[in-house]
Design a protein around this ligand. Sequence first.
Ligand code: CP
Length: 338
Amino acid sequence: MQNENRSENFSRRHLITFDDWTLEEIESVLELAGELKRIRYAGELVETLKQKTLFMIFFEQSTRTRNSMEAAMTQLGGHAHDLTADKMQISHGESPMDTAKVLSRMGEGIAIRNCFYDIGNKYLNEIAKFSDIPVISMQDDIYHPLQAIADLMTIREKFGRNLDGLKVVISWAYATTHAKPLSVPQSQILLFPRYGMDVVVAHPEEFPLQQNIIEKARSNASKHGGKISFVNSMEDALEDADVIIPKNWGGFAYFDEFDDSREMHEQMKANLEMHRDWILDAKKFSLAKRDCRIMHALPADRNHEITDALLDSENSIIYDEAENRLHTAKSILSLLMK
Ligand code: CP
């Protein structure tokens, strides 16, 4: 496996968002992920991170991110500490600087999930500022780079490398489980137009994405030949779609000036209940292309965001997408921590 030269470019690099990574760097991630996937299927061993340690700090729950990252470290010959903020001195107020400097003396990488609105991304950047080892976002309130790169890998596997004009609909959908961060759709709208895709975002007025991210996504689209547009109806977005991603997100960006988070969540819940009809079902799906692929970062709120029948249909590629979290995680960890 020839990743010696690739890794040189990544020394002392953090991954908080792919928006500050070049297309060349992202290509290295995708190429190595493909190679590592083939190697795993062939049953061969790659121990590029032997004796290396990754500290994973979770402020929230996770199934895919936690397990793809820990399995990645094990399969690469290293070890991941599965930490939660409440088990660390973070819970007693230890500063990001002290946390970053201490962990930098003991291992080779720090990965963090902190999705608290208006807190998570700032916390990750504080850690990155003081860390001597790579800091990797496992999702914050603004970005989820590990999800977006796995999604891009999956789309390329299904549609090939030339994605010019591929119509990808990212649609808000009703859910009852919890107020999900904006980070998955925001990372997707930043990344996909850089690959020439025609991205249509559908959402009720009360559930916009952050304005600065929308502006950056528009700029990425015009620079790289992709397209991005926004509509307030799922049906209007779906005509001739090649890919549909039905996904709930909270109305945080609508309340940027809100002081009281309890009031914000109550208002968000009231807004949510007005849009119970935002479910991807057979009638709406019939507007898309016949072989349209359904993606979802998971966990899905089944029969609220999307019907079981569609999520379990032949059009659905959700488990390929989830599996690619492992291969892309291995690639990123190999490049950054080697
Ligand atoms: N898609 C995703 O990040 O899943 P988890 O929340 O289970 O990690």
